[in-house]
Design a protein around this ligand. Sequence first.
Ligand SMILES: *Cc1c(COP(=O)(O)O)cnc(C)c1O
Length: 409
Amino acid sequence: MTVFPALEIPETLAAGPGPGNTDPRVLEAFAKAGVADHMQADVLRGMIEAKHMLRDLWGTKNLFTFGVAGTGWSGLDSMEGLILPGDKVVSFVNGTFSGIDDLTIRIKASALEDLAADSLDPHPANVHTVSVPHGQSVTAEIVDAALAEHKPMWAFMAHWETGSGRVNDIQGFSDACVKHGVMGLVDAVSSLGVGDFNIDDYPGVVAWASCPQKGVLSLPLTYAPVSFTDNAIELLKARGCYSFVHNPIFEARHWGIIEGKDVDTPSYHRTHSGYAVAAFHEALRIILGYGRGRKASDYKYHEAALRQAVEAMGCEVTSNMPSLIVLNLPGKLAGREKELVQGARSQGFGIWPTLSEPVQVRIGILNQLTPEQITEITSRFADAMLAMGAEFDKATVLNQLKSYYAKAA
Ligand SMILES: *Cc1c(COP(=O)(O)O)cnc(C)c1O
């Protein structure tokens, strides 16, 4: 038997696509919560209050708005569980994450024969995957053409594809779903808490799923926010799904959503953690207190600053997401992306490569919304590039950044 020494994890600067840097208030709420069971009155009240704050964050009147315990994939699994074997689906893929969503959807839409043919990567004929090249966005035209051609029951898209850093056309997606009588499902893992949008403005989308660790900034593993329209829930009630724990109707009961209405007496679904509830509740208070609109414009403002700085270092930016920059290194360093990222990470500067081809570098700014923090990220990235032989003058880059902020102020 081996008892290992106590695990120590160092502080790093999380400057990737996620997880974002957890606010000390969230950690404090987590650590300060008393030991209380999952049916204790304040734990339940916290869940109910979090549910109401989530409706504001999503911009929705959807009754079925709550958190699925776990990570982003837990919420996505709950949403994608609406799809049953044999259902006709069109899914749009433009990067790593929509690719994994597409795999999830193919698994859920598979018949037994499809799974038996290739259980880890089934290809049921009823799922049509539309692949959009890495670095490009899913457009209204692409969605409209595919839905017109295939006339599916469901359509799936990522709102913001974090793998390639691309914002997809949610208005076009929703409009096409309405026009063709299709039910839209959206992965909003990267956009919730970063962008300023109301999901009720997109009636073609019947269900949305996000995560705790990106814009919501509640990493102490908490809840993946989800929201379902009444139509989606009625369909679910009529047809069912192959899950107890991730069935939205069952899961919502612990958040005080029972038999089509809000109640103040939730019922047991699983053993929720008072620590997690306290952290999640605080994270939502922070975002709503900051203001969703202000946060969205702050992300855009600081993304533009960082973009300018990495371009001044000779990088080519191919993303258009407000919380993330995806770039190609200048010609001389091309092909050494992973080396650069590994070097930076070993210094506690947590940037990322892309997780699928082509290899690019990703730098994120989640919860880094001050000139000082962006300057720190710029400076550390400049050091990493210079250490590998890049040719630019760091002082010039930093001065340019300084004047960007001075001009804006
Ligand atoms: C991060 C991410 C996921 C996965 O979230 P986890 O918290 O790692 O489970 C899914 N989709 C998108 C678009 C993401 O950015």
